[in-house]
Every structure is written in structure tokens, then in C-alpha cells.
Design a protein around this ligand. Structure first.
Ligand SMILES: C=CC1=C(C)c2cc3[nH]c(cc4nc(cc5[nH]c(cc1n2)c(C)c5CCC(=O)O)C(CCC(=O)O)=C4C)c(C)c3C=C
Ligand SMILES: [Fe+2]
Ligand SMILES: [Fe+2]
Length: 373
């Protein structure tokens, strides 16, 4: 029985639609405003994601809606208000700037049409409507690049869920590739090392370089999440690039939520120990965040700087994320070029003039067939 279609498609398919590739950058997402009213729906979606909170479903939803969403939005909104800019949330502003810069760089490095789009896992613009818009523009090949250098089921895995849910509903899904992680990518490590050296040159050097990564519950590590291991690999490679020992450049994990044990050692406890030991200045970098956000600008540069001082230290000098710097754009471009290999748009032989001629010939054939009919 005909009725409404079960799958979304584009009416009026024609063989001569020019094909394009696209890179879909996906970041976490952020509230629309630094207010409890705007933070509540964002947290409801984020903390309602079964990839993030792996807990008996009904029990967790009762706790989330009964307790957490009554208390946390107000507290989080207060933290967001401390870092909010005239252009909005730093995570959004930084991700958009990075997408724009990557688009410009790719345009000069690949022969064929490769678009760059940005989606957010939580909030807007969402993954489903961004992919739908790309399809309408003729994108037939899609490279998904989550802006998480280290894979975790809670972050990257959840982005892949959103992509899978989307393509399941499409009549003609695009060719799909997904970047799992880039925790050891040479150009990403080099960009981090250069940013540390530039920071030292401009601001002087602390007694420690603390590498702080976002935590996850330790239970997830035991269940097989490779995140902890990839954070350690990134930290080791960055240490090697800078010629530092483990004692000079230790690792720690930040941003824990709730009462269960998360990955150790904790960042806040670590900076307190350093302050208590008479260390006066530390540098802190967060290599697991592609762009600056609440967790770096507020939690590290403000909260943990206070903890360090209260424990006896003087200065916690925060080293910004790579953001839209040329070195970061180069690193992501390298990654995209490698993952795009084999797709015609990425081929050095891609001939724009030949493609246009091919298209014109196809149009002419279609016109003649239509004329015959
Ligand atoms: C870098 C990767 C991230 C992982 C892994 C991750 C795991 C994870 N996070 C929470 C809970 C919260 N995280 C929050 C903010 C936040 N988290 C990441 C990244 C990762 N999270 C980013 C980039 C941000 C910043 C967002 C922004 O708008 O700037 C928050 C919201 C803020 C707050 O209320 O504190 C929560 C909550 C869990 C539970 C988790 C793994 C289980
Ligand atoms: Fe988080
Ligand atoms: Fe936090």
C-alpha cells in the first residue's frame, strides 16, 4: 500500500547531479545561553544519552529528572556565565572558526569539491539536519571527524550513534567514513608541542607541565573503553616531543561528575599536591580538547588556578587549546587528506574542467532522451 515514504530522499533524482564530498566536524555542543533555562535542555539531552551514563535506564532517568536537572543547571549556568563571550559560547565560536579555517585550507589542498560542515552532538545544529542539508547540496561522500583526539565510547562513540541513526532513515545514504581518533597523529602532536614551546617563549616556563584530560568513570575503562590508554599515549608522545620526563610532565584527569570513581589521578587533587609541595608555578595543557570550552577556560584556568593558589602555589598558567591556529588546521587537513584517499574529489588527478564537461555531456544526453520521449 502506498503511503508516506519510510525513508527520506530527494525527489527528482538525476544522474547528472554533480557529486561532492564533505567533512562533517562534530563537537559536543553547548547551551544557547548561560542561563539555567538554556542549560537544562542541553544537560537533559547530554546526560540522558545512554553512552554517557551507563546505568539502569529507568532508575537513571528518575534520578536525572528528579534530582540532577533541578540542581545542576543553575550551577552550570553560573560557570558558563564566567566564560561567555559577546559572540556566544567559546565552544561554539571556536568550533565554527575551526570549520571555516579548515574549509579554506582544504579548498587550496584538494582538487575536487570538498565541503566542511559543523554539527553538534547535543543541541544545534544537530547531526541529522546537517547531514540532510549536505545531501540536498549533492554530497555523496561523507567523512565524519569528531573533534575528539582520543576515542571514548562516551564522546566519539556517541557521535557515531547519531550518524548511524541518521543514515538509517535515508533512502540513499552517502558513502561513509569515520575517523575513530587521532591521538597519535604526528602533526597533532607536533602542533601541541609547538604550542607549548610558544607559550614558554611568551610567558616563561613553569616547574611542571601538567597534561589534563577530561575523565570518564573508571568502570568504562574496565569494560573496554580505550580512552585511558589513548590519553596516556598522547601524553607520552607530547613528552617525547618536548624532551620531558614523566615527573616534569605528568598526566591527570578532570571534570568528574557524580560519586563513582573516575580515571586517576584527578586534576584538582594534583594541583593541590603541587601547591602544597612548594611549587610556585605550573603550566597546564588540555590536549584532549580541540577547542577551548567550559572545561578548560572555567574549570582549569579559573577553578584549578584558585585551588593551586589556595594550596600554596602562585601561578597556574593555562596553555590554550589548538583552536583555529594554522598548526591545528594543518593537522586536521593531514588527517582529512589521509582518510579521503581513494575518493575522486581527493585525487590529485581530479580534473574540474573534465568533470564539468562530463556533466554537460550528461545533461545534453538527458535533453535528447527527453526530446525523443
Ligand atoms: C573530551 C572529551 C569528553 C569526554 C570523554 C567527556 C565525557 C563526559 N562528560 C560528562 C559530563 C559533562 N561534561 C560537560 C562538559 C564538556 N565535556 C566535554 C568533553 C568530554 N566529555 C566538553 C568539550 C565539555 C564542554 C562543553 C561546553 O559547553 O563548553 C558537562 C557540562 C557542563 C557541566 O554541567 O559541568 C557535563 C555534565 C560525563 C558524565 C562524561 C563521561 C561519562
Ligand atoms: Fe564532558
Ligand atoms: Fe566541568
Amino acid at each position: 500500500m502506498p503511503g508516506t515514504p519510510n525513508y527520506t530522499g530527494l525527489a527528482g533524482h538525476s544522474h547528472d547531479t554533480p557529486s561532492q564530498a564533505a567533512v562533517l566536524l562534530v563537537n559536543l555542543g553547548t547551551p544557547d545561553a548561560p542561563t539555567a533555562a538554556a542549560v537544562r535542555p542541553y544537560l537533559a539531552q547530554f546526560l540522558g544519552d545512554p553512552r554517557v551514563i551507563e546505568y539502569p535506564r529507568l532508575l537513571w532517568l528518575a534520578i536525572l529528572h528528579g534530582v540532577i536537572l533541578r540542581v545542576r543547571p543553575k550551577r552550570s549556568a553560573h560557570a558558563y556565565a564566567r566564560i561567555w563571550t559577546a559572540d556566544g559560547s567559546p565552544l561554539r565560536v571556536g568550533s565554527e572558526a575551526l570549520a571555516t579555517a579548515l574549509q579554506a585550507e582544504l579548498a587550496s589542498r584538494v582538487a575536487g569539491p570538498v565541503r566542511v560542515a559543523l554539527a553538534m552532538r547535543y543541541g544545534k545544529p544537530d547531526v541529522a539536519s546537517t547531514i540532510a542539508a549536505l545531501q540536498r547540496e549533492g554530497v555523496r561522500r561523507l567523512l565524519v571527524l569528531p573533534l575528539y583526539p582520543q576515542y571514548s565510547a562516551t564522546s566519539t562513540g556517541s557521535v557515531f550513534d547519531a550518524v548511524a541513526d541518521t543514515v538509517k532513515g535515508l533512502r540513499w545514504p552517502p558513502e561513509l567514513r569515520q575517523v575513530n581518533d587521532y591521538h597519535g597523529e604526528a602533526s597533532y602532536i607536533a602542533a601541541l608541542a609547538d604550542s607549548v614551546r610558544a607559550h614558554w617563549a611568551a610567558n616563561g616556563r613553569g616547574e611542571k607541565l601538567l597534561m589534563s584530560f577530561h575523565g570518564i568513570p573508571e568502570r568504562y575503562l574496565r569494560a573496554g573503553d580505550p580512552y585511558f590508554c589513548q590519553c596516556h599515549a598522547t601524553a607520552r608522545l607530547l613528552r617525547e616531543a618536548l624532551g620531558l620526563s614523566e615527573d616534569e610532565a605528568p598526566i591527570s584527569f578532570q571534570s568528574r561528575v557524580g560519586r563513582e570513581r573516575w580515571l586517576h589521578p584527578y586534576t584538582d587533587e594534583t594541583v593541590k599536591v603541587f601547591g602544597g609541595r612548594g611549587i610556585k608555578r605550573i603550566d597546564v595543557i588540555s590536549p584532549g580538547f580541540a577547542v577551548d570550552c567550559l572545561e578548560t577556560l572555567e574549570e582549569i584556568a579559573m577553578q584549578n588556578a584558585d585551588f593551586f593558589r589556595e594550596a600554596g602555589g602562585d601561578t597556574l598558567s593555562y596553555i590554550p587549546c589548538l583552536n583555529a591556529t594554522p598548526a591545528h588546521v594543518q593537522a586536521l587537513t593531514d588527517l582529512v587528506l589521509r582518510h579521503g584517499q581513494g575518493w575522486p574529489e581527493f585525487s590529485p588527478d581530479y580534473d574540474g574542467a573534465a568533470a564539468a564537461a562530463h556533466l554537460a555531456a550528461a545533461r545534453e544526453r538527458a535533453r535528447r532522451i527527453d526530446g525523443d520521449a
